[in-house]
Write a protein that binds this ligand. Structure first.
Ligand SMILES: [Fe+2]
Ligand SMILES: [Fe+2]
Length: 279
C-alpha cells in the first residue's frame, strides 16, 4: 500500500533530489544594493548599473513616473530620474523592480498569491527602512530596506517549486490552504538556503531564516526592524495574512527599538501609502 505523502514532504523530497530549477538572482540588484549601502553612493555608478539592464531600466522609469513619485514632467532617462528623485530613491525603485521580476508564474492562483506577497515585501522594505530612521539606526536604512524586501523570498520559492511539481505530475492538486501551509512551514529555511545559493551576504540570509523565531537575538537590530515591519504589515493585512488583533507596540522588537505607540501609528500611515506603489 502506498504511503500518503503531504505536499510539504513532496517539496522537501524534490529539493533534496536536486531536480529543482533554481531561479536566478538579478545581479544588477546586488550591485545596486552594494552601491546604496556605501557612505557616499555614486550617481554615475547607479545610472550605469540600471541603464545597463534594459528591462530593469524601463521598469524603473515606469515606477518613477507613477502616481507615487510623479513630478511635473515625465522623466525619460535613469539619469533624469536620479536628478529628480535622488540616488537613494532610484536605487530603491531599482531593487523593487528587480525583486518583482524574480518570480513569475503562469498559474492564475499562484499569480494572485505572488501579487499579495509582492505588496507585503514592498511594505516590509519601506517599513523597515522607516523604522531604522525613526529608531536612530540611520546606518541600517539601506540594509533594512533590502532585508525587508527579501525576507519572505522563501514563500515565492516554495510556490515556484509547487509549479514545477505540477508540471511533472499532472495529478497534483493544491488548495489555497495547502499552499499556505507549505509556504508557512518551509519558507524560512528554504528562503535562507536560496539566498545563500545566490551568494547574498549572510546578514540578509539570517533575516530570512530567523524572522519567525519565537525569541529574538537582542543584538540583531536589522532582524528586529524587519520583524517589526512584518508584524505591522500583518496587522494591516498587507500580504496574505491579516492579524488585526496583534498589538505591535507591546512587542519585544518595539521595546528593543525604543518605539512608541505614536511612532507605530505613523508607520501604519506610511504602510497604507505603499499600497499605491504596488497597485
Ligand atoms: Fe515570513
Ligand atoms: Fe513576511
Amino acid at each position: 500500500m502506498s504511503k500518503k505523502v503531504s505536499l510539504v514532504e513532496l517539496i522537501e523530497e524534490y529539493i533534496e533530489r536536486g531536480d529543482i530549477v533554481l531561479p536566478v538572482f538579478n545581479s544588477a540588484a546586488m550591485r545596486v544594493q552594494q552601491e546604496l549601502v556605501k557612505k557616499e553612493p555614486e550617481m554615475r555608478t547607479l545610472v550605469n548599473i540600471v541603464s545597463g539592464d534594459q528591462s530593469l531600466s524601463s521598469q524603473v522609469l515606469q515606477m518613477a513616473n507613477s502616481s507615487f513619485y510623479k513630478g511635473l514632467a515625465e522623466v525619460l532617462t535613469i539619469r533624469a530620474a536620479v536628478v529628480r528623485l535622488g540616488i537613494g530613491e532610484v536605487g530603491r525603485i531599482s531593487l523593487i523592480s528587480a525583486a518583482q521580476n524574480q518570480f513569475q508564474s503562469k498559474d492564475k492562483e499562484h499569480r494572485q498569491i505572488m501579487r499579495r506577497l509582492w505588496q507585503h515585501s514592498v511594505g516590509c522594505a519601506m517599513g523597515a527602512r522607516w523604522l531604522a530612521k525613526r529608531s536612530g539606526f540611520e546606518d541600517l536604512e539601506g540594509e533594512a530596506f533590502f532585508a525587508g524586501l527579501f525576507h519572505d523570498v522563501g514563500k515565492l520559492f516554495v510556490l515556484m517549486i509547487i509549479e514545477q511539481l505540477k508540471k511533472k505530475s499532472s495529478g497534483l492538486r493544491t488548495s489555497s490552504a495547502l499552499l499556505s501551509e507549505a509556504m508557512t512551514s518551509l519558507h524560512s529555511r528554504q528562503g535562507y538556503s536560496l539566498m545563500r545559493k545566490w551568494s547574498i551576504p549572510e546578514k540578509y540570509c539570517v533575516v530570512a531564516r530567523d524572522h519567525h523565531l519565537d525569541s529574538i537575538d537582542g543584538r540583531n537590530f536589522l532582524l528586529a526592524l524587519v520583524r517589526l515591519a512584518n508584524m505591522a504589515c500583518n496587522t494591516l493585512g498587507i500580504g496574505i495574512v491579516k492579524y488585526p488583533e496583534l498589538v505591535v507596540s507591546s512587542t519585544e522588537e518595539a521595546h528593543m527599538l525604543n518605539l512608541s505607540e505614536i511612532d507605530l501609528a505613523e508607520l501604519e500611515i506610511l504602510l497604507e501609502d505603499t499600497k499605491v506603489l504596488t497597485a
